[in-house]
Design a protein around this ligand. Structure first.
Ligand SMILES: Nc1nc2c(ncn2[C@@H]2O[C@H](COP(=O)(O)OP(=O)(O)OP(=O)(O)O)[C@@H](O)[C@H]2O)c(=O)[nH]1
Ligand SMILES: [Mg+2]
Length: 476
């Protein structure tokens, strides 16, 4: 910049000096001399500058880096902004460029298609996944429904089973179940003969004799049954053993039906005359008190009003035992002091029964060995006194026999019957013995009706005896 000014100034000065000469010549001398001197000076100065401009550059001191940078910066500041370049003119397209573009376009198109295909495939898979999920959840719901239905059905079955079991328990054991051990005893041995398939001969009868005499049916009954069989064998009625079985069955059915009119119910009935007084007797532990309790429950269930007389003042806690039963069936009990006269307790009970107009009076009594005379005398007295309390009472004398005593029960039955005039027998604990055949002996030897059989400890286990059921249960 300085140099440019200097150069321009040098040229201008030189021109000024040249044009000033005529001027100086035209003026006065002094002024002219000054002007000329000034012009000369100007002239020299201009010459010098022109000389320096042409070739004296090397003598010029170098510009410092700082100056350069400053200058550049100034120039850049002063330099006009370069106008924006016009867009480049489109190049002339070459054929290979076109091909590449087409390829790229095709590739882009293919990519787009592929992307589209992938998107559609993903959508399809998603749809499929949702469908499977829906199906799975529907299946799960169906499974759950089926599980609930199955559980409900199982619960129903369990409930029904429980009801059946309860009904069974309430209904008590069947006679057949109660006679299971008896069936497995002498009856199983008899079935061995019947099923033998061989001709009935003396050896068959010998076998039959051995079985009958060890079957707790009593000697008298066993002898009678054997004699009948021998007679029929002689008449050649037994061409095969099944005929022998049928004959025995028929005879036993006849025997156990003794003592009652055919078809008559064996259960005690409450007639027009009230109260019905039932005196229960038997040896110790045969099941008297239990039978009194079970009968009280049965009468109560049938809608009768029952009163209990605790005639066992002999055994400690006998009264309490009866009271437990009385509570269960909600029946009043007449008790005396321990050791007091059983006859007077029974008298009081019957009197109260009459006064209170109950339907049934059940008298429990003491049980000592039947061989002990005082027991029989005591019971006879009870019976006499009861009759005083109510003429005609007791209406029933029920002898409770323990089936497990076997033939001994037959002996007991005879003695009790002789002393008291037994009107019926309850044969207990059949469920615990193989000696059920004792019923046949009792019925045969005494002609006494078996009224009840006990096949367990529950109320329902005291069952009215049914001769046909008994024979079926034994033989079938
Ligand atoms: N398995 C079974 N047990 C019975 C039956 N009858 C009574 N028993 C049981 O026999 C036992 C004696 O019964 P009790 O009723 O006390 O006999 P009891 O004749 O009153 O006895 P004492 O008063 O001592 O003379 C009890 O445990 C009864 O549960 C029966 O039919 N089957
Ligand atoms: Mg008792």
């Amino acid at each position: 910049m300085l140099r440019r000014v200097d150069s321009a100034a040098g040229g201008d000065l030189y021109g000024l000096a040249l044009t000033s000469i005529p001027l100086a010549l035209a003026t006065s001398d002094v002024v002219g001399a000054i002007v000329i001197a000034a012009l000369v000076a100007l002239f020299v100065l201009a010459g010098l500058r022109m000389f320096r401009k042409r070739g004296a550059a090397p003598t010029e001191p170098p510009i410092s880096q700082g100056e350069i940078e400053r200058e550049l910066a100034e120039e850049e500041k002063e330099a006009p902004v370069a106008p924006a370049l016009p867009p480049p003119a489109p190049l002339e397209r070459l054929p290979e460029v076109d091909e590449r573009a087409e390829e790229e376009a095709a590739a882009a198109e293919a990519r787009k298609k592929e992307e589209y295909r992938q998107k559609k495939e993903a959508e399809r898979l998603e749809k499929e996944r949702r469908r499977l999920e829906r199906e799975e959840s529907e299946q799960r719901a169906r499974d759950e429904e089926a599980r609930l239905a199955r559980e409900a059905a199982e619960a129903r079955l369990r409930e029904e089973e429980e009801k059946r079991r309860r009904a069974q328990a309430e209904a008590g054991r069947t006679l057949a179940a109660g006679l299971e051990r008896t069936r497995g005893g002498f009856m199983a041995r008899l079935q061995g003969i019947f099923g033998g398939g061989k001709q009935v001969d003396e050896s068959t009868l010998a076998e039959l004799e051995e079985i009958l005499f060890t079957a707790d049916i009593g000697v008298k009954t066993a002898t009678a049954l054997l004699a009948g069989a021998r007679e029929r064998m002689k008449r050649r009625e037994f061409d095969d053993p099944s005929r022998l079985k049928a004959a025995l069955r028929e005879e036993i059915a006849r025997i156990v039906s003794l003592g009652m009119a055919p078809g008559a119910t064996r259960e005690f009935v409450v007639g027009a005359e009230r109260p019905r007084v039932i005196m229960v007797v038997g040896v110790n532990g045969s099941g008297k008190t239990t039978t009194v309790g079970k009968l009280a429950a049965k009468f109560g269930q049938a809608g009768y009003r029952v009163l209990l007389g605790a005639g066992d003042t002999f055994r400690a806690a006998a009264g309490e035992q009866l009271e437990v039963w009385a509570e269960r069936v909600n029946a009043p009990v007449v008790r005396g002091k321990d050791g007091s006269d059983p006859a007077s307790v029974c008298f009081e009970a019957v009197k109260k029964g009459v006064e209170e107009k109950v339907d049934v009076v059940l008298l429990d009594t003491a049980g000592r060995l039947h061989t002990k005379l005082p027991l029989m005398e005591e019971l006879k007295k009870v019976k006499r006194v009861v009759e005083k309390a109510l003429p005609g009472a007791p209406h029933e004398v029920l002898l409770v026999l323990d089936a497990t005593n076997g033939q001994n029960a037959i002996v007991q039955a005879r003695q009790f019957h002789e002393a008291l005039g037994v009107t019926g027998i309850a044969l207990t604990k059949l469920d615990g013995t193989a000696k059920g055949g004792v019923i046949i002996g009792i019925s045969d030897e005494l002609g006494l009706p078996v009224r009840y059989v006990g096949v367990g400890e529950k109320v329902a286990d005291l069952r009215p005896f049914d001769p046909a059921e008994f024979v079926d249960a034994l033989f079938d």
